[in-house]
Design a protein around this ligand. Structure first.
Ligand code: GLU
Length: 464
């Protein structure tokens, strides 16, 4: 049995977006599941649109998602000699031929076809056939090279996602495989690469379905083993329209910026078009054990931000505390907020991790522990009334002399309430606003405890 070899073959014309990341994940997982090899190939032949920054963004995205490749990255631009070599062999073997039709002639041809109501296509005027007289080679025209596509029969494959797909060869005209300047065209490079790299399963977006019959025909002509194909359906946005920039996060790295954990994004992407019964939450390892192409739905998958958030909240709860400490330290430092001198970060995270669905929300909630909050006028007017300030003053007196554990702190608040004849919230809410600039926090005694006596006293001093 040949071992499984899959590839992810992005064009570096933009970031690694959600659709690409899902394709990468499925290709990676399939190779891992079957103990095979996963290859990364950068399809950079569109020189006008490919950029080194996009290559870097793709590599960063793959690394962030921890989708490690076994071979590559291979760059198509570095394989030009190989493509040209195969083109030369095909010309030699007669499976490709020079075509001297000029762009102007092609336009005229298409025009005439349209006028007759026919589908515009190359008419094979330079295609050699036994006994056929070819036109005289015109002077000053650099020819393109065309693939001699079979004229009859069908080209068909059993798509691992979509089922049987057939195209009549009569529908496919002779594809240009090299331009006038000798550079190979996109579909041709893909064919040579999939062949040379021994790809066994091509897993890619279904925007490539129309390329597949041409690629299969060329592979067959070359005597190559034709891989299996799995064309993944597109991903729709939250609103049911095609996923686009309008839906916010384009790059997977944007999810990092927005406070998502790669584990959550992986789990989320895994369920975009693939299912294992009703399982929604599973680890990467579990996914690899379960993953197969049989349970991919041929219909479009719809993106659901709420579900991604829900998964992210789950992974934040599960995350090792050291990982959260490192992440929040990074985020707060980037905002110029030093965490080293304030309350113990791990303790503050423990208080908040169950209440947030992104790491940005976590950092937002934690920031006022490390830098005194600005209290909005609205909150001040509502909660820091003269009576509330008086209560905070009384409480500060008690806290100054209190032991610093939850029980003692809770008692100090209760005693203040009793002394003033007011209810708990009348002290606790102004206290939250005064300390953290927000009226809601986890249990106030726990907040006081982690914030520490000196910082609490210092902040309350402003309200005495
Ligand atoms: N480079 C193509 C793309 O980014 C993928 C080609 C393929 O997977 O065959 O859409």
């Amino acid at each position: 049995m040949t071992s499984v070899r899959t590839r992810f073959a992005p064009s570096p014309t933009g970031f690694l977006h959600i659709g690409g990341a899902r394709t990468a994940l499925f290709s990676w997982a399939y190779a891992r599941r079957h103990g095979g090899q996963f290859i990364l190939r950068i399809e950079d032949t569109d020189v006008a649109r490919s950029t080194p920054e996009a290559v870097q963004a793709i590599l960063d995205g793959m690394r962030w998602l921890d989708l490690g490749w076994d071979e590559g990255p291979f760059y198509q631009m570095q394989r030009m000699d190989r493509y040209k070599q195969v083109i030369a062999q095909m010309l030699e073997a007669g499976s490709a031929y020079y075509c001297y039709t000029t762009p102007a002639e092609l336009d005229a041809l298409r025009e005439a076809q349209r006028a007759r109501g026919d589908k515009p296509r190359y008419d094979g005027r330079w295609r050699p056939e036994p006994g056929k007289m070819l036109p005289a080679v015109p002077e000053g025209v650099t020819p393109v090279v065309r693939f001699r596509n079979p004229l009859e029969g069908v080209v068909a494959w059993d798509d691992l996602v979509k089922g049987r797909i057939e195209f009549a060869n009569a529908e496919l005209d002779d594809l240009v495989i090299a331009r006038g300047d000798g550079t190979p065209t996109y579909n041709f490079c893909v064919v040579v690469d999939d062949w040379d790299m021994g790809i066994t399963q091509v897993i890619r977006g279904d925007d490539h379905v129309n390329n597949t019959p041409r690629q299969i025909n060329i592979l067959q002509t070359l005597g190559a083993e034709v891989p299996k194909y799995a064309h993944l359906s597109m991903i729709l946005g939250d609103d049911g329209t095609k996923l686009s920039k309008r839906h916010g996060a384009v790059s997977v790295m944007q999810y990092d910026d927005d406070g998502y954990l790669p584990e959550a994004v992986i789990n989320y992407l895994a369920r975009l078009g693939w299912s294992h019964g009703d399982d929604e939450v599973f680890s990467r390892e579990q996914f690899v054990q379960w993953f197969d192409l049989d349970h991919i739905t041929p219909s479009a998958a719809q993106f659901n931000t709420d579900k991604l958030k829900w998964l992210n909240a789950h992974y934040i709860k599960q995350s090792p505390i050291e990982a959260l400490v490192a992440d929040v330290t990074r985020r707060l430092s980037a905002r110029g907020i030093p965490v080293a001198e304030g309350p113990d970060l791990a303790a503050v995270i423990a208080l908040y991790r169950e209440r947030v669905s992104t790491l940005v929300e976590l950092a937002d909630a934690l920031a006022p522990f490390y830098v005194a909050p600005t209290i909005s006028d609205e909150l001040a007017t509502q909660h820091l009334t003269p009576a509330a300030r008086d209560a905070l003053g009384k409480l500060a007196g008690r806290l100054g002399a209190s032991a610093w554990d939850k029980a003692a702190l809770s008692q100090a608040i209760k005693d203040t309430c009793t002394e003033l004849g007011v209810k708990m919230p009348q002290v606790a809410i102004p206290l939250r606003v005064a300390l953290l600039g927000v009226p809601q926090t986890p249990s106030i005694d726990a907040v006081l405890e982690v914030m520490g006596q000196s910082q609490v006293m210092q902040r309350l001093a402003a309200f005495r």
